[in-house]
Write a protein that binds this ligand. Sequence first.
Ligand code: PNS
Length: 168
Amino acid sequence: MKLRAVYPGSFDPVTNGHVDLIQRSATIFDQVIVGILRNAEKAPLFSVEERVEMMEEAVKRFKNVTVTAFGGLLVGFVEETGASVIVRGIRAVSDYEYELQMALMNRRLSTKVETVFMMPAETYSYLSSRLVKEIAQLGGSIHGLVPNVVERRLKKKFQALRIMPKGH
Ligand code: PNS
């Protein structure tokens, strides 16, 4: 039987920490499906289409990894794809509480799905999409922190936002 895992997240945008985790997952599971949340609550910087495009570019070298957008409950999406595992990354102890809460709630919602926590390389343990966006917005270098496609798109995005008149 093939072991299929879903790696879910907002990925607004994907960082090298996420890619590191995807690479590690791809060596453990037969198939990894990256599930990109069509954010209902958060207002993402990138549209779901942009996030999917960037992720596809970032993971195209991994032959057993696919990228799909999803809405609604994560466990519903996981069951639909035929996966039995949710992969989540834990960088520091501070991530643990929220992740534990989600994992236990997801287990309550579906007993067929198990959550597996993985650690990215320590070089990425302080990296987050939020910080990357902040640095890029303030003109700092994000080189080496995100895939090249994301670096280009972030520069373009903030340039476009800067030249837009107020209120847009
Ligand atoms: O990258 P993020 O924002 O930490 O990812 C959070 C995500 C997408 C895994 C979480 O928000 C989620 O699963 N959303 C789908 C809705 C859902 O199933 N909610 C109940 C979770 S217990």
